[in-house]
Design a protein around this ligand. Structure first.
Ligand code: G3I
Length: 335
């Protein structure tokens, strides 16, 4: 089979996957990455809680190991993420900070973003500067210790600092845009944030559309759902932003256990979704959130009631390509 990276490159796109440092010692996983991917992104290793877990601790080792691997293998790399704007994913010591002034908060946030972004410049070609800052129920901005001191402009500030430290990297805001039917608030909140950033002249190039798709039984990717997504993406590209698909996978929590049926439904769903997203010339990257089912974060997140392992990625637990891989290949060919 033609490698996905080649199918993507033929259409001016990049194909890649998330990878974790521990997978470097799994030769079968490395082989899949080598064969299929033009780029990787660290699944967790560039996050604040890994790099700066305590105020007096810096830990670049796992991220550096992935960066060195990418360099050795001739792969490109995306960075995820300089600020996950959610207290749950910031270390406790950061959440506990009470700044006396905005300037004090800026000094700390600026130092962090500068250190991390400059360390990998110019190798990392693109950063998810800020991740998941919008509350998925209300569409309001989430609060962190930084936004409490600096206001919503903590987000703008991160982009400016990232631009200074990594002037050649493209900069994205990354979010999942809730898939829950009837909930428009998340997408509306993201649009509001993007509009403000663009209006304020913040250096932002793209929206990262995570693409953790949820197969809601029984309606799959209905015409109504597709319309809602198109309206959303139309507004994003009208602002002059590109679109990166940054974390694609399919959650099969509610699908029947029979593997053949499940794989067929998921592949059809993926094809419909990717056809739509790849129909935009502004879509530049397609990254999946892991290549092999057994490693997927979705195994622990909303596990299936029947306890059967999920099948969210392109390769099964025996490292065999699945119909989902064929769906991605077909979508790339049709792009
Ligand atoms: O490595 C530790 C291990 O030492 C410890 O014993 C164990 C006990 O909980 O935890 C391990 O850390 C886990 C880590 O993944 C590494 O596997 C964390 O608990 C777990 O919370 C963490 O989950 C990651 C999650 O982000 C939170 O950072 C997932 O792997 C990762 O796939 C997920 O990725 C996110 C994107 O960053 C943003 N978009 C959504 C996506 C899926 O949730």
């Amino acid at each position: 089979a033609t490698p996905l990276k080649d199918l993507a490159a033929a259409k001016g796109l990049r194909f890649g996957s998330a990878m974790a440092a521990h997978q470097l010692s799994d030769p079968r996983y490395v082989e899949v990455i080598r064969r299929e991917c033009g780029v990787i992104v660290a699944e967790n290793e560039h996050k604040w809680y890994v790099i700066h877990p305590q105020s007096d601790q810096w830990n670049f080792q796992p991220a550096d190991a992935l960066v060195d691997f990418a360099k050795t293998e001739g792969l490109g790399m995306r960075g995820h993420t300089l600020l996950w704007h959610h207290p749950r994913w910031l270390p406790d010591w950061v959440n506990a900070l009470e700044f006396d002034s905005a300037a004090q908060a800026e000094a700390m946030l600026g130092d962090y973003v500068t250190r991390v972004a400059s360390r990998y410049h110019p190798f990392i070609y693109s950063w998810d500067v800020v991740n998941e800052a919008v509350d998925d129920k209300t569409g309001a901005l989430r609060e962190t210790a930084f936004s409490r001191a600096m206001g919503p402009e903590a987000i703008d500030f991160c982009f400016h600092k990232a631009k200074e430290a990594a002037p050649d990297a493209t900069l994205a805001y990354n979010d999942y845009m809730s898939w829950e039917s009837g909930n428009e608030n998340h997408r509306k909140g993201v649009l509001k944030l993007l509009e403000r950033l663009v209006k304020n002249g913040v250096p932002i190039d793209a929206l990262g559309v995570q693409s953790h798709s949820n197969y809601d039984m029984p309606d799959a990717f209905t015409p109504e759902k597709q319309r809602a997504w198109r309206e959303f993406v139309d507004e994003v590209v009208a602002m002059g932003l590109d679109v990166y698909l940054t974390e694609f996978d399919v959650n099969d929590t509610d699908l029947p256990p029979d593997v053949e049926t499940r794989d067929r439904l998921m592949a059809g769903y993926a094809k419909d979704y990717l056809d739509m997203m790849l129909s935009y010339e502004q879509t530049k990257d397609l990254l999946v959130w892991g290549m092999v089912d057994s490693y997927s974060w979705l195994q622990d997140f909303l596990p299936r009631e029947d306890g059967v392992p999920k099948r969210p990625t392109l390769y099964d637990a025996a490292y065999r390509p699945k119909p989902l891989r064929e769906a991605v290949a077909a979508a790339l060919r049709a792009a």
